[in-house]
Design a binder for this molecule. Structure first.
Ligand SMILES: [Ca+2]
Length: 208
């Protein structure tokens, strides 16, 4: 067992394809290590995020439908001003570029929602989400700059709020996270990776 394994690991025995595969594996590991999204909700609230909502019918342990895992968040807006707020003690948002989540309009669909950032207790100007799709999960990614909470030391929350003056039927949220700003080293690897790989292929070619 040990003999063949050793032979494969000797540098001189590697062909071009092996070198490229190894290099790409290392690049992907390096990039994944550099990334550090912050989960807000997967099957429950994570990393110190808390339910500060005021819509009376909200459930953070909803079993169906889910985008992934075992639970999602279900929300029913019974009053025109209802909303859910997910909050965290004040923190620096500069490591993150955007907010990403999956949302599903349930059997009704068409709900219209505002999304707001919160900083130092103040609701920032809202953006209006596209009407929700019926019985379909849709991923939404919003730059923190659009929520006026990018690169702030006092970021603390997000709010989904009824954008109409009417009650809204139940909808669902899942897999909510802050997406990190890629490290410069990751960007460099992604740019230089293909160039280095091509040079390795060329250098490993044996003349016939
Ligand atoms: Ca889930």
């Amino acid at each position: 067992m040990k003999g063949p394994l050793k032979a494969r690991l000797l540098p001189g025995k590697w062909d071009g394809a092996s070198r490229v595969s190894c290099l790409w594996a290392l690049l992907m590991v390096a990039c994944s290590l550099a990334r550090a999204d912050q989960w807000i909700y997967d099957d429950s609230l994570q990393n110190g995020w808390q339910d500060w909502g005021w819509a009376p019918n909200r459930n953070y342990s909803n079993p169906s439908p889910v985008h992934s895992g075992s639970d999602s968040v279900s929300v029913e807006m019974d009053n025109w001003s209802d909303g859910i707020r997910i909050n965290h003690p004040l923190f620096d948002s500069s490591p993150y570029s955007s907010l990403s989540f999956w949302i599903n309009g349930g059997s009704a669909g068409g709900q219209q929602l505002y999304l707001r950032g919160v900083a130092s207790g103040n609701f920032q100007p809202p953006i209006t989400l596209s009407p929700l799709s019926t019985d379909t999960w849709t991923q939404v990614t919003v730059p923190l700059s659009s929520l006026v909470v990018a690169n702030r030391q006092d970021f603390e929350g997000i709010v989904f709020q009824d954008a109409t003056f009417s009650p809204l039927p139940v909808f669902f949220l899942d897999d909510i996270r802050l997406v990190d700003v890629p490290e410069p080293s990751s960007l460099l690897l992604l740019i230089l990776g293909p160039v280095v790989a091509c040079r390795l292929v060329r250098s490993s070619r044996v003349p016939l």
